[in-house]
Design a protein around this ligand. Structure first.
Ligand code: WT7
Length: 669
């Protein structure tokens, strides 16, 4: 056990992980970055001479209509990258491959959700040429329906190729898309339309989810009827709704406002030159929940974002032309933007896109898809990995996963136990795991191993990507010593950073640029180990203070999950007269494990043993499931209320399964 007590404003980091996995020689030999020394050399250059580094990368990686004249301008908190240049994202993802060997290679391989009767799902393949044609046609549909450069367009679609087509078509005409995850409610759609001032919604009659139909168009109709207290429509800016036919359920069509996607295509040609857009032209707005409830519209712009997405895809996943790459995220999240659509296509990569759930109709859905298409790179989330562990190894073991060569994770800290399982059971012990730390705001991966270069340690995102300068600091903004917890900040601007919160410059400044002077504040707690590796210990707001010891929730959760009976754990604080805060743990068990009093005692002792007596939980509660957002993040805010016996308040619209909360509230102590 390593224990380091820092100044009172830092927190203690108690978990120690000592396993190291070096890149295999054969892998490194063929990789883009072949050694740790090469990584270090390039990273050092990139932060010592950022202008030179980024100018070279932007020239080499992107296709420009007009070259940029200035690399970057920085007037905190406003950044401008590659000014003077003109380019287009869709032509960087598509047109550039048309006169190459890749033109007739698969760009998207789409696998539909299997039917309820057990029949396999549909399958569609779009080559780069075909995808280009569909994007051009739909871009003409946008224009035909009044969309011009700078207009905002809401995309509210299921995981079908048309989601990518709609996004790329927006970029082609210079419209700013805002994708809303298909699981969000009518109210969320209305709020986002109102905030963005969107002119159009692109949706579908419905989407499939575990055999049921999600009534997307009906939600849009409802959203468009919502008014404020004075009876004023929240969505009055909407002029057109384009409806894709997917589930064939009956829907209402409002004459003059609603048009069918397939009908519109009959009127347009497949010729649509890409708009020549400024480097800083707004590209998309993506809403992410803020601590105060009102979602923040994170704004990304054209050149810098694309460069970040492209470079990180290439180096982090070590992409090559023959790869079959699969990112399991939804396009409604930033991961789907950067690592299903823009990053991979800009690299000419073949991407798998899957419509359904991982356990529908059976828990081996992912492994079936990997075997079917010979997937080589898999990018998923720790929450999914823990679910797979819970369902058991027999499911992946039924399938041939030998095509895999790189595994990735994103979304939250991956506990070492889940990392080891992923490595052994899915990766067959041979695939490097890239644990990638980043945020909606950062646009692309910031802290990550490079698979041919970085020695891996289970549970850490390791070291910064090129050009990125993260640091762990105390409340005064001073770097803390190694192995001391603090706030994670980023010291220098980078090309794919957010350019603002849509319509709210004050909040932008207050949220990201006021906490630590001169640096971007990530909101995460972190420590660096003796080798400089970054260990994220959770959101800084979630750090607990137990009897004067500040403890990161992720570490206690990790310790719990390292017990053989535990599938998943969430740890929150409850006000405690004596200790300030008491540690309350919510635990789900692996299939077949019984929730007994003995096990509770055993788990408390287990944590005490793993990370020390201060972290010994005061309370362990068993549950069938934990309350999660649709993107798989545990909703700690709600668990805190449950732990303190409070009434559940605040927005629960992003909750995956409401019944979970009722069960947690009544779970006996
Ligand atoms: C927050 C950002 C960025 C894509 C998906 C989530 C947490 C993300 C990791 C990781 C530890 C991670 C952080 C971060 N997070 N990846 N590899 N290790 N924590 O995007 O919804 O904007 O969330 O997710 O807390 O700040 P997001």
């Amino acid at each position: 056990m390593s224990k380091s007590v820092g100044p009172a404003n830092n927190f203690e980091s108690l978990l120690k992980e000592t396993r190291v996995f070096k890149p295999a020689k054969e892998f490194a030999a063929k990789a883009h970055i072949k050694s740790f020394a090469q990584y270090q050399r390039m990273w050092t250059e990139s932060v010592k001479q950022p202008e030179k580094f980024w100018a070279k990368q932007a020239t080499q990686e992107l296709v420009w209509f007009k070259p940029f004249t200035k690399v970057f301008q920085w007037k905190e908190p406003n950044a401008k990258w590659f000014t003077g240049g003109k380019l287009n994202v869709s032509s960087n993802c598509l047109d550039r491959w048309l006169d190459t060997d890749l033109a007739n290679k698969a760009a998207l391989i789409w696998e539909g959700e299997p039917a309820t009767d057990g029949k396999p799902g549909e399958e569609r393949v779009l080559t780069f040429k075909q995808l280009h044609r569909e994007v051009c046609r739909f871009a003409n549909v946008l224009k035909r329906n009044g969309i011009q450069k700078g207009d905002r367009v809401i995309i509210y679609l299921p995981m079908v190729p048309e989601a990518a087509i709609a996004m790329l078509a927006c970029t082609r005409v210079g419209a700013v898309h805002s994708v809303i995850f298909g699981g969000f409610s009518a109210q969320s759609v209305a709020d986002r339309i109102q905030d963005s001032g969107a002119k159009m919604v692109i949706t579908a009659d419905g989407g499939y989810r575990r055999g049921a139909v999600v009534p997307l168009k009906k939600n849009v109709d409802e959203a468009l009827r919502i008014t404020d207290a004075k009876g004023v429509s929240l969505t009055q800016t909407i002029q057109k709704v384009v409806v894709l036919r997917r589930t064939w359920n009956e829907i209402h069509i409002e004459e003059g406002r609603d048009v069918w996607w397939h009908r519109e295509l009959e009127y347009v040609s497949s010729h649509c030159p890409a708009e020549k857009l400024d480097s800083e032209a707004p590209l998309f707005i993506l809403y992410t929940s803020g601590s105060t409830g009102k979602p923040k519209g994170i704004l990304h712009t054209t050149a810098g974002y694309l460069l970040g997405a492209k470079m990180t895809s290439k180096y982090v996943f070590d992409l090559r032309p023959e790869d079959v790459y699969w990112c399991t995220a939804d396009v409604g999240w930033v991961t789907g933007h950067s690592y299903i659509v823009y990053g991979p296509l800009a690299n000419g990569t073949t991407c798998v896109m899957y419509e359904g759930a991982p356990n529908w109709p059976e828990p081996d859905r992912f492994w079936r898809i990997i075997a079917k298409y010979g997937v080589t790179v898999l990018y998923t989330a720790p929450t999914a990995i823990r679910a797979f562990m819970k369902w058991g190894e027999e499911w992946p073991n039924k399938h041939d996963l030998s095509s895999l060569r790189v595994l990735g994770t994103v979304g939250e800290p991956i506990n070492p136990e889940a990392w080891m399982w992923y490595h052994r059971v899915i990766g067959g012990g041979r695939c490097p795991i890239v644990d990638t730390w980043w945020q909606t705001e950062t646009g692309s991966i910031m802290i990550t191993p490079l698979p041919g270069a970085t020695p891996l340690k289970p549970g850490t995102a390791t070291l910064p990507f090129f050009g990125i300068l993260p640091e762990v600091v105390d409340d005064a903004g001073k770097a803390v010593p190694r192995n001391t917890g603090g706030k994670l900040v980023i010291r220098k601007p980078w090309p794919s950073m957010l350019r603002g919160i849509w319509g709210d410059p004050e909040r932008f400044k207050a949220t990201y640029w006021s906490e630590v002077k001169g640096s971007y504040f990530t909101g995460d707690g972190c420590r660096q180990d003796k080798d400089g590796y970054f260990w994220i210990v959770g959101r800084i707001d979630d750090v607990l203070n137990v009897a004067g010891h500040r403890i990161g929730t992720a570490e206690v959760e990790s310790a719990l999950v390292s017990h053989p009976s535990v599938a998943e754990a969430a740890v929150v604080g409850r006000p405690d007269e004596l200790k300030g805060q008491a540690l309350v743990c919510f635990v789900t068990l692996k299939t077949g494990q019984a929730a007994t009093h003995e096990l509770k005692a055993e788990l408390r002792n287990h944590v005490g043993k793993e990370i020390g007596p201060v972290a010994k939980p005061d309370d362990v509660r068993f549950a069938d499931a934990l309350p999660k957002t649709r993107s798989g993040k545990i909703m700690r805010r709600l668990l805190k209320q449950v732990a303190s016996g409070m009434e559940i308040k605040g927005d629960t619209t992003t909750l995956e399964d409401l019944s979970v909360l009722a069960q947690l509230a009544t779970a006996e102590d």
